[in-house]
Structures are given as C-alpha cells and as structure tokens.
Design a protein around this ligand. Structure first.
Ligand code: NQM
Length: 360
C-alpha cells in the first residue's frame, strides 16, 4: 500500500500547486524533494504521472510550518519544481504561491482564522522575506468567492492583500548586487536588481524587439531566447548567484515605454519561457527599477511622485498594479492584490519506491 500524505491543492495568484504541512513530509531534504517530484510527476515534460501542469507556473509546491521565534505567524517554504528536469529549487521566492499560504494553513488546521477578516505575518523561509497577508474569513473560514479581479485569472475571487517589507536584496544580498544602477554585458546596457526577485532588466529595443510582441511570439523566437540566455548566464555570477545554468533565477525582463496608460511595459522570461503575465516579486522588482534614476528602465517609465506611488506594470495579458512606499528615494514597502482558491483537499499517495512513510 502506498503511504498517503495530506495535501491542499491551491491556486495562488496566477500559479498553482500542492501545499503540505512540513510535519507530513520526510525530514531528509533529498527524500522530501523526491516526494514532491513524485506528486507533481517530475521529471517529464508532460508531468503525465503527477499533478503538475507541465509549465513552470503550475509546477510549484508550498510547505507550511508554524514558527516558534515570534517573528512570523506562519512559515512558508516555496519549491519551484522542474518539469522535464529532476530539480526542486528553494532559492527563489514566489509571491503568487505565497498568496495561497495563509488560506492553506487555515484549511489545514494550522492557524485559526479571525471572525470576519484575518491578517497574519507570513515568512517565506526561502529568503526570510515577511509579508503581511489579509484575507476574508467569515466565521473564521477562508472565503474564496469575491469581486477582486487579477489579470491572468478568468474569474473574480476574494481579495488577498499582500504587504511586503524589506524585500531589498532578498536573494542577491543587496538591491543592486554590482553596486550600479546600470552595467554593460557584452555591450548591452542592463540593470541587475533584486527587490524580492533577482531580475536582469534590459531595454527590449537593445535586443532587437519592440517589447510589445505577444508572449507566444516571443516564446517562438529561439534566436532572442539564446541571446538573452547568454546575457543571463553572465549576469548570474555578477548578481552573487553563481552558475545559473540550472537555476530559475535571475528572471529576464525586457522593458519598453508603456502604451496602455501604465508606468512601464514588460515581457518577462522565467527564465526560458516568456511569462503570460509577470511574477509578483518580479513586478515589485521591475517597478523598483522603473523609479530608479540611472536604471535602463527609468527613462522609458512614466514617472510619478510622492511617498506612496502606484505603478501599473503592463505585461502580455494586462497589467499588475504595485504600490510602492518610499523613504526618500528608497523603496521600503510594496503592496499588491492577489486572489487564491482551494482547488482540492485530500491525500496524495506516494510511490513506494520513493517513500514508504516515517515508520517504514
Ligand atoms: O515573482 C513567476 C509567478 C512567478 C513568481 C516566476 C512570482 C514572483 O508568476 O514573486 O510570483 O517568476 O517564475 O508565479
């Protein structure tokens, strides 16, 4: 008999994947990763023998635990799981899956919701970033139905509001790992920046495109992909990330002047496929580049001023609004809206060749 573990399958923003309680998974990291790959059906480009959706946005998992240090109410470990490649990467953050962590923890009985609305501090333990998450909880239970719309999700749903503090240098150590707002790699002007997600920002026209192409068109452009991958591989060590040939970071965002009333137009590669939208912390990071004098995005961006600014980041399927809070010129706070939904709760059998449970 296969050993089964409890699982809550959640959509978080424009991503989805299984959530587990850390206590239900193997303590040994290699075995834990094998279990997660078994659940999702990795390695296989179609993930036919698992729950994964065969794209990087649907090949993710969340692991939840209750911290004891008083700094946060919930710890969330994000796992980016390969599809064709047998990889489980816990280096990056994911603001989309993060949006599902609090409802998943209440569903799993790890936290109790307040009557009406629940706000908790959720720490992404991949990098230590803490976000204050607020969800609707009539009778203490997560509400999923609602009127909030986010581009990339067809149906409106209940809002999940996410406020981030201290995202600067979450993965690379500092906001600008080279110390510069602009550098050159192979003669191309770039901004290497991390405000929650390491991103290599490049002007679209500097790599021969307009920046307004559809994501399908860019996905099919193998010459462009090879060119930006060559730049990304060189950026990795400069961003304190070492050899990134097998890592999903840095992401690459090609920027152009906005054309739908937003602050900047983006096409993001995560890192090899073009995102149909843009990641959460990717958007926060690109918004930060857009307001930074000297960055490759600054002159293209529509400026705004004030201690709190809302920047609409245009992407292939709409826009993503990021609210940035400033202390002088420095971005010190980012807030945004997501939605989440419980798609399935149950237990998932693990292949006996992978794990037979804690007492086997
Ligand atoms: O940037 C895509 C996504 C993400 C990650 C990616 C994310 C983030 O859309 O915080 O949410 O960059 O791989 O889920």
């Amino acid at each position: 008999m296969a050993y089964e573990i409890p699982c809550w399958f959640m959509r978080g923003g424009t991503s989805k994947g299984p959530f587990f309680r850390a206590q239900d998974l193997p303590g040994d990291i290699a075995t834990r990763d094998n279990v997660i790959m078994d659940v999702l059906g990795t390695p296989d480009p179609r993930q036919i023998d698992g729950l994964g959706g065969a794209t990087s946005l649907t090949s993710k998992a969340g692991i939840l635990s209750i911290p004891t240090d008083g700094e946060a109410d919930l710890d969330f470990l994000f796992a980016q799981v390969g599809t064709a490649d047998a990889t489980v990467d816990t280096t990056p953050n994911c603001g989309n899956m993060l949006a599902a962590a609090l409802p998943a923890a209440i569903e799993a009985g790890m936290l109790r919701g307040d009557n009406g609305r629940t706000t908790r501090r959720v720490r992404t333990i991949n990098t230590g970033v803490i976000a204050e998450i607020t969800i609707d909880t009539p009778d203490g239970r997560p509400l999923y139905d609602g009127d909030a719309h986010i581009d990339g999700v067809p149906k409106p749903a209940a809002p999940v509001s996410c406020g981030f503090l201290d995202t600067e240098g979450a993965v690379c150590g500092t906001l600008l790992p080279t110390g510069n707002a602009q550098d050159h790699i192979d003669g191309v002007a770039v901004t290497m920046i991390d405000n929650g997600m390491p991103v290599l920002v490049i002007r679209a026209t500097d790599v021969g495109i307009t920046g307004y192409e559809s994501h399908e068109q860019l996905d099919a452009d193998t010459a462009l992909k090879a060119r930006i991958e060559a730049l990304r591989l060189k950026a990795g060590p400069l961003m304190n990330l070492g050899d990134v040939s097998k890592k999903p970071i840095p992401k690459v965002t090609l920027v152009a002047a906005p054309r739908d009333g937003g602050a900047i137009c983006t096409r993001t590669f995560i890192p090899h496929d073009c995102h149909a939208a843009i990641g959460v912390l990717g958007a926060v990071t690109v918004a930060t580049a857009a307001v930074m004098k000297g960055s490759v995005a600054f002159d293209l961006a529509q400026g705004s001023s004030g201690a709190t600014r809302v920047l609409s980041i245009e992407h292939p399927s709409g826009e993503f609004s990021v609210e940035l809070g400033f202390d002088g010129e420095r971005v010190v706070r980012a807030a945004l809206l997501r939605t989440a939904r419980l798609l399935m709760r149950g237990s998932v059998p693990i292949s006996p060749s992978i794990w037979r449970g804690p007492n086997a």
